[in-house]
Write a protein that binds this ligand. Structure first.
Ligand SMILES: Nc1ncnc2c1ncn2[C@@H]1O[C@H](COP(=O)(O)OP(=O)(O)OP(=O)(O)O)[C@@H](O)[C@H]1O
Ligand SMILES: [Mg+2]
Length: 248
């Protein structure tokens, strides 16, 4: 469903993504981890056609996202790291607008929009302008908008940031249900518990290089006792706190 082949992305002298080769199968929940500035969001932008690779190809559902951008975009949903909504549209108007962009038939929109608002507990605010929404409410509105057209691939950049515990739980359940229905999820996250609980496989990117790839238990090297956090910190050198704390 997702295929990066020899993908390089340079910004001037900086190589944000080094020769990425990665395949994600239908129905997987793929967790993409890595320290700040590792190149995760850049990879998400390459996958969703928002950036063009300097070298290599990116395919989504068999479509080249550079050559067949529009066809590929019809098959995907994107929840970016900052929830973008139009401030002067109400929640319902925003969902209608996104539904029209994805050519969801009006009858289907009329049925789906109230259901999605209900599911995300946004129904009482459906008629309010999005500019009055809290961060978490915007995040949920963007998630709802991405479920309208039933995408084959859902790309999520830190989807749980700012969600309260109940909403976060709901969203995790939604991800699992989507995956069992055959939707493929590609998710950047710093929340290692999500990677451990939800993801079929995990990739760890460090300074633009995919440094580790496998199931969580493969990354742990069969040591049940060790946590993914320990593996992550070992790979990223994040356990050298003493040296950092001396600046406090
Ligand atoms: N448009 C751009 N122009 C120049 N450099 C960029 C651009 N976008 C990203 N970068 C650089 O590419 C590198 C990777 O950034 P990216 O946003 O992909 O990191 P990330 O892994 O998503 O980090 P975080 O965990 O903080 O979200 C960083 O060094 C960043 O400064
Ligand atoms: Mg990022």
């Amino acid at each position: 469903m997702i295929e990066f082949s020899g993908v390089v992305k340079r910004f001037g002298d900086l190589t944000a993504v080094h020769r990425l080769d990665l395949k994600v199968e239908k129905g997987e929940i793929f967790g993409f981890l890595g320290p700040n500035g590792a190149g995760k969001t850049t990879t998400v932008k390459l996958l969703t056609g928002l950036l063009r690779p300097t070298e290599g190809t990116v395919k989504l559902a068999g479509l080249d996202v550079v050559r067949d951008t529009t066809a590929a975009k019809k098959k995907m949903g994107l929840v970016p790291d900052e929830p973008f909504v139009y401030p002067k549209l109400t929640g319902v108007e925003f969902l209608r607008f996104v539904g029209d962009l994805y050519e969801v038939p009006l009858e289907a929109q009329k049925k789906r929009i109230p259901e999605l608002l209900e599911m995300f507990e946004l129904r009482p605010w459906g008629g309010e302008l999005a500019e009055t929404y809290s961060h978490g409410m915007r995040q949920k509105l963007v998630l709802a908008a991405n479920l309208l057209h039933e995408p084959e691939v859902l790309v999520l950049d830190e989807p749980l940031v700012g969600l309260d515990p109940k909403s976060a739980r709901l969203v995790k359940e939604i991800f699992q249900t989507l995956s069992t229905r055959g939707c493929t999820l590609f998710m950047c996250t710093h929340v290692l518990e999500i990677a451990e609980r939800l993801c079929s496989r995990v990739g760890i990117m460090i300074s633009g290089k995919l440094t580790a790839l496998g199931t969580v238990s493969e990354l742990k090297g069969g040591k049940d006792a060790s946590r993914l956090e320990d593996v992550f910190l070992e790979l990223t050198g994040g356990s050298e706190y003493a040296a950092l704390l001396k600046h406090l």
